[in-house]
Design a protein around this ligand. Sequence first.
Ligand code: HEM
Length: 399
Amino acid sequence: MTLRKGTPEVTETAAISLPSDRPTPFDPPAGLAGLREITRLTYADGHQGWLVTGYALVREVMADRRFSARAELQHMPFASAGPRQPAPPGMFISTDPPEHTRYRHLLTGEFTVRRMRLLSARIEEITGEHLDAMERQGPPADLVESFAVPIPAVAICELLGVPEEERGRFSAHAATLSRGDRPREEMVAAMTAMVAHMRELVAAKRARPGDDVLSGLTRSDLTDEELANIGFMLLGAGLDTTANMIALGTFLLLRRPDELAAARAHPEHTDRLVEELLRYLAITPFLVRTALEDVELGGELVRAGQTVTLSITSANRDPARFPDPDRFDPLRPPGGHVGFGHGVHQCLGQQLARVEMRAAFPALLARFPSLRPAVEPEQVPLRTDTPIYGLRALPVTWE
Ligand code: HEM
């Protein structure tokens, strides 16, 4: 059925389910190839919505206020734990302006250049300390457990001002939450403990403010509950994402000797390596929005209440935007990928994430020149059933 310009109609094309079978751990699901920019999608709960794959259209939706990020309006393209609930106060990633704007401004004021510079120096130290520990312990090691998770976990402790003596407890719960595959009771226990910990932390910061984000936010009119939820959200948004970028990025480099050699030969281009990994791996494979009113999108009519899944994976491999998009080129001039999203919700922690990755990759590669997977590549367990894609473990060895 063809659409007449200016009169969008509902098309009759058959709906698909979200493709998920990846030909390699690093490539998009095969079923995404060749899709139209916008396709009908059947959601896990039977909802009939849309899948958007083109770079320009993905950005268009993320910049359009007629599409909401509110959790309770969303249907998920994969099976999730029941209906979505409204975001608790402070979890602004799942809110819309103007509610979102108020929180975002307060937080932006805390993610200052000065703070990022201080954190940067600390993160280099942390990276060195974890590499020392790996070396002391000797091969083999699980890179996820020994390196990829601890670095963002400690970075978030620094950001939130978690005192040294509490970091063991904090990191243990964070590691459980980040795995996502533990028994339900264990996950619930870790989440309850983490929320309680955040509340204790907020109380401590109110009593004795330090030079950290939470302390800074206590000077605003936010409630204790909002502050604790913001702390929890920063952990949720900043841990698994960066950890999986470090783990999956390392796995990719170890499987591509020529590109690894190019990256090693050009440490001055670590920023390019990091941006290319973000583009190529797209570890938040999709984002979800819901239409608040009828919207014409790419020649289709998205009805109010319909959910639209935005494929970040496809957008980052769109040949109309990136020349030779399926080629991983660690020296590709950076820019343009939507790995950190776009529009008002664009990643608040992107500078911190970059600082972590720019510290982690070169230091790891320099410390262990003979680093390689300790198992057959097919045995590296992928993490495919959570909104953040990556690895459950990466057994590595070295001489
Ligand atoms: C490589 C690592 C990271 C990736 C790939 C990533 C990706 C993203 C993406 C795609 C979004 C947009 C979500 C949407 O539009 O629905 C987002 C938002 C966000 N990210 Fe990140 N992120 C990373 C690291 C971090 C870190 C380290 C932090 C903080 C410690 C962080 C905090 C946030 C927050 C607070 C938001 C919500 C912003 C808003 O709604 O205004 N992220 N991130």
